[in-house]
Structures are given as structure tokens and as C-alpha cells.
Design a protein around this ligand. Sequence first.
Ligand SMILES: [Zn+2]
Length: 121
Amino acid sequence: MILDDDLRLSILEKSGIFSNRLSISEPKVLMSSKEVLEMPKEITVGRRTTAYKYYGVSYMQHNLIFINVKKIPDEKALDDTIAHELVHLRFPYLSHGRRFNKLVRQVLKGKTFPPYQKRKR
Ligand SMILES: [Zn+2]
């Protein structure tokens, strides 16, 4: 997809809506490989020069996601990618798999989730 001002705004809106559903604070969203490379190295360490290969990357420790707009073919893949990266932020302990994919679908459909709480005892 071509990143212009309208698409940029639309991505931020979606990120805001999905973040609300997941009860997480809205992350900063990088939308081009150039923006990833411009971030301080210690933030993007490990997924910096390789980020362009993926549709999206989450930098969980820094409440930051990268949506690789240029690589994403269409609106559906865009929505999937935004929801996917935000699920990583809400469920940091969960790795990819059926449960993860189900959560992504639920977010897209409008399900809301309570805030993440660390174990109490
Ligand atoms: Zn992932």
C-alpha cells in the first residue's frame, strides 16, 4: 500500500480502536523502514535492519509497533497486521499459534478484553 496522509491517519485510528478493545495504552506506530532506522538503536535492537521483511513488528518493551505499509497488499492484511501487533502488546506471554490467531480475529470483530494484570501472588 502507498503511505500517504490519509492512510497514516487511518492506521492511527485503527490502532486507537484496537488498543481500546485490548485495554492497552496506544503504542507509537512506525510506518516505514526509514522510521525504524531513525529510532534509537537500543529500542529496535534485534529487529532493526530485518524489519522490512515483515508485515509488522512489535517492540514490546517500548510500547512501539512497526506496520510495514509498503509491503502490505490490501486493507484486510493491514487490519490483520495492526491487530496482530497489538495482541503481542496485550498478551506478551503468548507466542504465535491457534490461540494467538483467535485473539486477533476477536479483536477485529470488536471483542473487548480487560487490562493485562501481572500475577498477584
Ligand atoms: Zn507476531
